[in-house]
Ligand binder design. Structure first.
Ligand code: GLV
Ligand code: GLV
Length: 355
């Protein structure tokens, strides 16, 4: 191979490797046992000749790493993730390294996990499972694990991008929920979908569903019964959900987060869960990942999973393939980013096949 491409982790499937090998790349996969690589670990992986790197969201891709990659002749970096809050894109620009991410292939998988957490919280699935395994079930009772009916309730979506919109459609169509969403951009496609589905239900003689675009996030927090967070993490969304916003929500609301942990003030959330036993939460991400704030693991009204929202086989193989194509595209000059070094949100839609 003429080009040296590094993947900081083994990734699912073989397609991504084959794509690179077929196009003159030597692929080196780091098999270091520890889960999270430090900046120093990655610097030594890069060495003094490296054309591109596929990295992970657990790594801190800032000034130091882009400088090292650029010194090694590197031109491309792809996060194997759609979120890139771990990447300093300005630093990458400064060192002439193009940055890619992996949108599109994880939209439905991630939305399905948000839906799973919503249902698990609403129907107390994890608590009930623990109860069974503990051998506590001694007969059917009218009061046993009574949860919330979603039908006819309102689902609130904060951030109606690809994932937020896919989740909204699942909840509206699957469970006949009304929708309230908050986003800087209007999602006319989502609005049209809910309107058309509402018409369909009406024509069936059923209760229609409705949508509303909220003029503030607080409006969603006040009115929704199930709220799912889908913003990007940046300075404006850090601790978007805090003590005050939690107090705005209904006492029996369900809050779901499959975006990034720091969007929620987790200490305030634990306190809120303690004070409001009917309030439930479904979390895929944590403020100090991989750690949880004290007390969270003891809360019965929390469903907690280890950042697995994009973890379906199809999606993870797709993410690996897309990350490889991102790096290959820059090295071999496929027009994936156009002329700029920006992260291109829809780059997967126009990836040409390798020449
Ligand atoms: C996962 O969290 C991702 O951003 O892809
Ligand atoms: C994430 O990629 C989103 O747009 O929701």
């Amino acid at each position: 191979g003429k080009y040296r491409v590094i993947s900081t982790k083994p990734m699912p499937g073989t397609r991504w490797i084959n794509l690179l090998i077929e196009q003159d790349c030597r692929v080196e996969i780091c098999t270091e046992k520890k889960t999270i690589l430090s900046v120093e670990d990655i610097i030594s992986l890069i060495g003094n000749k490296c054309d591109g790197v596929i990295g992970q969201l657990t790594e801190d891709w800032g000034e130091t790493l882009f400088a090292a990659l650029s010194r090694a002749g590197g031109k491309a970096f792809s996060n194997m993730a759609v979120g890139y809050n771990n990447v300093d894109v300005n630093a990458a620009n400064k060192y002439g390294v193009a940055v890619g991410n992996t949108p599109g292939v994880l939209t439905e998988t991630t939305a399905e996990l948000a839906a799973s957490l919503s249902l698990a919280a609403a129907r107390r699935i994890v608590e009930a499972d623990e109860f069974m395994r503990a051998g506590l079930y001694d007969g059917w009772l009218p009061h046993l694990f009574v949860g919330n009916l979603l039908k006819g309730q309102t689902v609130g979506v904060i951030g109606a991008g690809r994932i937020g919109s896919a989740y909204a459609r699942m909840m509206v169509e699957g469970f006949k929920m009304n929708l309230i969403y908050y986003d800087l951009y209007q999602s006319t496609r989502l609005e049209k979908f809910v309107t058309a589905y509402g018409e369909f239900l009406k024509s069936n003689g059923e209760q229609p569903v409705h949508w509303k675009r909220a003029s503030s996030m607080d409006e969603v927090l006040r009115e929704a019964d199930v709220i799912s967070l889908h913003p990007v993490l940046d300075k404006t969304t850090y601790h978007l959900i805090n003590k005050e916003s939690l107090a705005t929500m209904k006492k029996e609301a369900i809050l779901v987060n499959c975006s990034r942990g720091p969007v929620i003030d987790e200490v305030a959330l634990v306190e809120h869960l303690k004070q409001n036993p009917m309030f439930r939460v479904g979390l895929d991400v944590f403020e100090d990942e991989p750690f949880m704030k004290p007390g969270l693991a003891e809360m019965k009204n929390a469903v907690i999973v280890p950042h697995i929202a994009s973890a379906s086989k199809w999606t993870r193989e797709g993410m690996a393939t897309l990350a490889a194509l991102n790096v290959l595209g820059k090295i071999k000059g496929y027009p994936i980013w156009g002329d700029s070094n920006r992260v291109e949100p829809f780059l997967n839609e126009s990836v040409p096949p390798p020449a």
